[in-house]
Write a protein that binds this ligand. Structure first.
Ligand code: MN
Length: 221
């Protein structure tokens, strides 16, 4: 088993009432573990990919045999995205960003309130299952941007580094919010871990691999 499900950094019930314990349990112990298990199962049949990290698998689709390419991408993406997502939230989350990230948000979106409105609006518009992200391109003068992805695609595949993300698959919110995704997106700001977002922003390097050093402890394999 090369790829391993990371533990949640808090208890299943720690994010209540914004996200209920049952949703967190199913999300982590059924959905996320499903991606990890499927990825390991596929790799058992493709020896040349054993030893490759989840990030490498995501960034090198051309090196993955065509019959398993889509499945590897979906499951490596599901594993990476959820590993990032658990740590984008905290029971002590909420509030406002600080430091250089706060300045960059003001510079690139006008204000923190405008950023939050745009992020939630973009998440609300994702058709079907996907993710909404705050990203930054590589390079010293790169600006922040909001992007959305379908399925378990990740902006890393498009040369952008994830600073913050929210899961808008129905499994992320349906027990608590039913079809009210926009309400979930608004309530979710109570959980946002701005320390984690700042850490990711400040440790960004010039490439995905450089930047990823800060993730290695939490994303195995
Ligand atoms: Mn999910």
């Amino acid at each position: 088993m090369q790829h391993v499900l990371p533990s949640l950094p808090y208890r299943y019930a720690a994010l209540t009432p914004t996200i209920d314990a049952r949703t967190m349990t199913l999300h982590h112990d059924v959905h996320h573990v499903g991606y990890v298990t499927a990825l390991n199962d596929i790799l058992e049949r493709v020896p040349e990919l054993v030893g490759r990290t989840a990030l490498w698998l995501l960034l090198h689709p051309d090196k993955i045999p065509k019959p398993v390419r889509t499945a590897v991408r979906n499951n490596a993406g599901g594993h990476i995205n959820h590993s990032l997502f658990w740590r984008a939230m905290s029971p002590q989350g909420g509030g406002v960003p600080s430091g250089s990230l706060a300045k960059a948000i003001d510079r690139d979106f006008g204000s923190f309130e405008e950023f939050k409105d745009k992020f939630a609006a973009a998440g609300g518009k994702v058709f079907g299952s996907g993710w909404v992200w705050l990203v930054r391109e590589y390079g010293r003068d790169a600006k922040l941007a909001i992007v959305t992805t379908a399925g378990h695609e990740n902006p890393l595949e498009d040369g952008k580094y994830p600073i913050l993300l929210n899961d808008v698959w129905e499994h992320a919110y349906y027990l608590g919010y039913e079809s009210r995704r926009s309400q979930y997106l608004k309530e979710w700001w109570k959980l946002t871990d701005w320390n984690e977002a700042s850490r990711r922003f400040e440790h960004m390097g010039d490439t995905a691999e450089d930047s990823w050093d800060v993730e290695r402890e939490s994303i195995s394999g």
